[in-house]
Design a protein around this ligand. Structure first.
Ligand code: 5GP
Ligand code: MN
Length: 317
């Protein structure tokens, strides 16, 4: 059931014990919006915790509350009044749904592909980040912004908007960020912490750029990592940004073979709706950033995604 922002605030206000979760492979928005909401609810005197069913990259240790994020455990289910799923539909939350026995389920998201499968869903595709919705909620609830909340919300805003450069950045995004600065955020401290990369990751970026291929007559660029390469490279997040900038490229793709018949796909575009391509394979995302999982061997998956991307490009010419 779709709810409004004020109904979302009312659902949060009426719960005492709240568990917050977000998508697997959590990014700055998933973690920032989760911890931001946790600090907010705690300031209102509620019991709130964050459970994420994945490893949390160490760069996010700059966020207050990083140390208290736990993994859900199906064998020891947690009881709660409300489970809040952030920054995804309820499907990509690992075992969290099974590990939390909650009376109510609320989903807050900014993805246009949200499947509205939760008991209550609030989706705002015009917001650059789920953290921007958390900011909106600070104005709906009797919350006094603290530095802890501000650092977490700012991180979500900054990471999902490419530090206020992507097309999803609005004046509202920047006003929200400005308010976070008024509450103690120092932008360079956060960006320097998030930019840190191990030496080996920088070398891996070099190797990945060497592997980049152009297709669809130069309108698309891809990096395709087979299972052995994927296993060897610890962090691949920055690869897509490296090929997105190639002149003439409309769509960039990074595909990683994670298992023999399981490949993860990330796509970025300069305007063509890549969420439609991702949806064809059960994935989702935004117009300019989307992803999916292909349950097929590396070569088949590579051919399948390249064909789908090429088709989308020709249809948009
Ligand atoms: P990324 O390429 O950074 O993993 O994801 C780009 C965007 O697409 C993010 O907003 C992410 O949440 C979304 N996305 C990535 N993979 C999937 C997927 O398998 N399913 C859905 N629904 N969304 C995805
Ligand atoms: Mn997000």
């Amino acid at each position: 059931m779709i709810v409004t922002l004020s109904e979302t605030a009312a659902i949060l206000a009426s719960a005492q014990r709240v568990v917050i979760t977000a998508h697997e492979n959590p990014d700055g928005d998933a973690i920032g919006s989760s911890l931001g909401l946790m600090h907010m609810l705690r300031s209102l005197g509620k019991e709130a915790c964050v459970l994420l069913d994945d490893d949390i990259p160490a760069i996010f240790s700059v966020l207050p509350g990083y140390d208290i994020i736990r993994r859900p455990d199906e064998k020891e289910p947690v009881e709660a009044d409300l489970l809040v799923v952030l920054d995804t539909s309820t499907d990509r939350t690992g075992c969290t749904l099974a590990a939390v026995k909650a009376e109510h389920l609320l989903n807050i998201d900014h993805h246009q592909t949200n499947d509205n499968s939760a008991e209550y869903t609030y989706v705002a595709p015009g917001r650059a980040a789920t953290a921007e919705i958390i900011y909106d909620l600070t104005r709906e609830l009797p919350v006094k912004l603290t530095k802890d909340m501000a650092v977490c919300i700012y991180t979500g805003l900054a990471t999902d908007s490419g530090f206020f450069r992507f097309s999803n950045t609005t004046s509202h995004t920047m006003r929200a960020a400005a308010e976070m600065l008024d509450h103690g955020v120092t932008p360079n401290v956060i960006s320097e912490a998030l930019e840190q990369k191990p030496y080996q990751t920088v070398r891996d970026i070099g190797e990945a750029i060497e592997m980049a291929e152009l297709f669809a007559d130069g309108h698309a660029a891809g990096i395709f990592l087979d299972e052995a390469t994927t296993a060897r490279m610890k962090s691949t997040e920055s690869f897509i940004g490296m090929i997105r900038v190639i002149e003439g490229v409309d769509i960039a793709v990074v595909m990683k073979a994670k298992e023999k018949e399981l490949c993860r796909v990330s796509m970025r575009s300069k305007g063509i709706d890549v969420s439609k391509i991702a949806l064809q394979f059960g994935g989702g995302g935004h117009t300019r950033a989307a992803g999916c999982t292909l349950l097929m061997p590396f070569e088949d998956a590579k051919r399948t995604i390249c064909e789908a991307i090429s088709k989308a490009i020709w249809e948009n010419k």
